[in-house]
Design a protein around this ligand. Sequence first.
Ligand SMILES: [Zn+2]
Length: 69
Amino acid sequence: MNEFARPPESESVRRKGTLFCPACAYESPIDERWVETTTATVRVRSCPECGAVVDSRPRRRPLASAGVG
Ligand SMILES: [Zn+2]
């Protein structure tokens, strides 16, 4: 019986700039082959192998006025 003790919630990004697909275990540098889809509110990276969403983050709108003292 082999049972791997995996953490309940591991980060998608383990190394700096490397993403791992939770669905098919595909891994690649964040800027390489991931399918990037940008909507009005979020930016999503999908796996090029299986299409699973591996990373999604809200887009930041550039602030027109920044308080610079
Ligand atoms: Zn995948």
